[in-house]
Write a protein that binds this ligand. Structure first.
Ligand code: MN
Length: 243
């Protein structure tokens, strides 16, 4: 094979304090991991095992970037989450070895088309349309574990236009970083560059074009993104331009 068509550039996230970046392989997300958020969603038993979904790798938005208001929704919402970057391959990783597989951490947003998520949930369909769309994974710079240590507690917070909307502590996660890695690695072989969004506390809510979101967690580099108006269809414009 001499030529590959449609080869995409890798999705990368900068490493804080270094002229380096990680290449993202997959983005996994934990479905529910804080009792307070399970209660506000009026969902099931918080003692259930964690469940997971994925976002497309190219849905990452870096700090300083913009989030076009997505199509097909009237309820575009933020969820602030701790992201864990895997640095070493593993399957069936025991909890007490899990941090050895962590390269670092970042603050992330699990942006959600909440109306579509609820339709899917109520119809027992997959969550894809609600969770896994373009620009749905803003992720801040990565702080290496060598600097941050084994994260088990610390504030997690998001403000919208300067007003605090979610304010909790990652110590309140039902499944902490180590347990989450242990569970996920029973279902997938985790690989370097995999990113795990670990779930959100209470206080999720909608955003509108013009809103500025600032997220922070446990002293990690902050994540700032701005919501813009809906993207126009560049393909259509190209076709019209050719008319
Ligand atoms: Mn989430």
């Amino acid at each position: 094979m001499t030529k590959v068509h449609f080869q995409s550039a890798p999705t990368t996230i900068p490493i804080h304090g270094a002229d380096e970046a990680i290449a993202v392989r997959r983005i996994y997300c934990v479905g529910r991991n804080y009792v307070s958020h399970i209660q506000e969603m009026k969902e099931g038993d918080e003692k259930e095992l964690p469940f997971f979904f994925q976002k497309p790798t190219d849905s990452v938005v870096l700090t300083g970037g913009t989030l076009p208001y997505p199509p097909a929704t009237e309820d575009f919402q933020f969820e602030v989450e701790l992201a864990v970057v895997i640095g070493a391959e593993g399957r069936n990783i025991p909890s007490d070895k899990a941090f050895e597989h962590v390269f670092g951490y970042a603050v992330a947003l699990d942006m959600t088309r909440r109306d579509l998520q609820f339709v899917a949930r109520d119809m027992r369909r997959p969550w894809e349309m609600g969770k896994s769309f373009d620009h749905s994974a803003p992720i801040g710079p990565v702080l290496p574990r060598a600097v941050a240590g084994d994260l088990a507690e610390g504030t997690i917070r998001i403000s919208v236009n300067g007003e605090v909307k979610q304010d909790s502590d990652i110590g309140l996660m039902i499944w902490g970083v180590a347990d989450t890695i242990a569970h996920l690695s029973t279902q997938y072989r985790l690989m370097p560059g995999d990113v795990i969004l670990t779930g959100t506390p209470a206080g999720v809510g909608p955003v509108l074009p013009g809103d500025e979101l600032v997220a922070s967690c446990a002293g990690l580099p902050k994540l700032t993104v701005t919501v813009t108006g809906a993207e126009t269809s560049s393909m259509k414009e190209t076709i019209h331009a050719a008319d």
